[in-house]
Design a protein around this ligand. Structure first.
Ligand code: ADP
Length: 359
């Protein structure tokens, strides 16, 4: 089921002294293709939950429309939209067994939609198998780990065979190890069911690792909608460049002059032949993997310290001329063996250098 947001806006009336109206979601237009997983990504307060709640029908938009396929669902109540919803706090019923929890949504079917006892049992078992908890059906939620509880919540959301699955920060109550395992699980389940899924997160690693599409937002304004690779390689603006990437992108004040990029009085990169860039000050972003270790390279840096992981080395250095704060490069462990002394020289990989208008 394709999901289309068409000029979707949500305003909240102001509260408190100055009663400033909040535009939580400002004119969002984008499409999540059928069978894909999209992450809504951005810092706290950027409008992720508001967007999700409008897609599921818990909140009515101020203006704009939502389509599931050709069906305009903007005015439909949640129960008529065919969505499954998973929240960060699982929201399981503590007095019910896992089986009863998963079956619960089916108990609400009335009239001709009502399933027989056997059909319900089968559906519950199918959903439980999908999330690998069929051994736990007799247990109570209190007898489960956080990760298992979240699987139960996912099974419960899938038992009605929804056309769309909505997950609101589903991993944030899990510890680091379980969070990794559960996000792989969610990806597996999504790929097995091919159910169009919207996943809210403020964690860029999480968004990068599981989604087909990342919707980056800031203060209610869409910044970029693209594949994870594209968002990383070709960020639409400085905010996106800085929000995505571990370790984060390094920022410098720079200047374009005489066909070269200058950082702190050093020419560090020749502007590509035929590329006409306006001269003047620029904000320069360099990804950590954009530095090439080179004796006599254009950037002269003081080593602060290396962090050796075995596979590669994260070199923490200070650019001598710019006296910038500590910046970070990633080089291979092999290259690292060639470094001696307290000074490192780098050249830059042009594809990993981004220029933005100064803020
Ligand atoms: P996120 O999920 O990205 O953290 P939200 O969608 O929860 O962000 O909130 C977006 C903005 O809308 C925030 O400024 C928030 O304070 C405001 N907001 C959310 N819900 C309400 C509400 N019911 N009433 C007033 N303001 C709200």
């Amino acid at each position: 089921m394709e999901i289309v947001l068409d000029h979707l806006t949500k305003k909240f009336p102001g509260r408190g002294k100055n009663r400033q109206e909040v535009i939580a979601v400002n004119d969002f237009t984008f499409t999540i293709p059928d069978g894909k997983l999209a992450a809504l990504l951005g810092p706290s307060g950027c409008g992720k939950s508001t967007t999700l709640n409008m897609i599921c029908g818990l909140l009515a938009p101020t203006s704009g429309e939502i389509f599931f396929g050709d069906n305009n669902v903007t005015a439909l109540p949640p129960e008529e939209r065919g969505v499954g919803m998973v929240f960060q706090n699982y929201a399981l019923y503590p007095h019910m067994t896992v089986e009863q929890n998963i079956r619960f949504p089916l108990e609400n079917f009335r009239g001709k939609d009502r399933l027989s006892k056997e059909a319900m049992k089968e559906r519950v078992l199918e959903a439980a198998k999908l999330v690998h908890i069929e051994e736990l059906l007799e247990r109570k939620p209190s007898e489960l780990s956080g990760g298992q509880q979240q699987r139960v919540a996912i099974a419960r959301s899938l038992v009605k065979l929804p056309k769309v699955l909505l997950l609101d920060e589903p991993l944030s109550n899990l510890d680091a190890r379980l969070r990794l395992a559960t996000r792989e699980e969610i990806r597996r389940i999504q790929q097995e069911t091919r159910i169009t899924t919207v996943f809210v997160t403020h964690d860029q690693d999480e968004a990068m690792s599981i989604s087909d599409l990342i919707v980056v937002m800031k203060e209610g304004v869409l910044q970029q909608v693209d594949s994870p690779q594209k968002v990383y390689d070709d960020p639409a603006n400085q905010f996106v460049a800085q929000f995505l990437g571990t370790p984060p992108i390094n920022m410098f004040d720079g200047e374009l002059k005489d066909g070269q990029l200058w950082i702190a009085g050093e020419p560090v990169l020749r502007v590509a032949e035929g590329e006409s860039v306006p001269e003047g000050p620029v904000s320069v972003g360099i990804r950590p993997e954009g530095f090439i270790l080179l004796e006599g390279g254009a950037m002269h840096n003081e080593m602060v310290r290396p962090e050796i992981t075995g596979r590669d080395v994260s070199v923490i250095f200070r650019n001598k001329a710019a006296k910038t704060d500590v910046v970070r490069s990633i080089i291979s462990a092999e290259d690292w063996n060639h470094i001696s002394g307290g000074e490192v020289h780098f050249d830059l990989k042009p594809a990993k250098v981004y220029l933005f208008a100064p803020e």
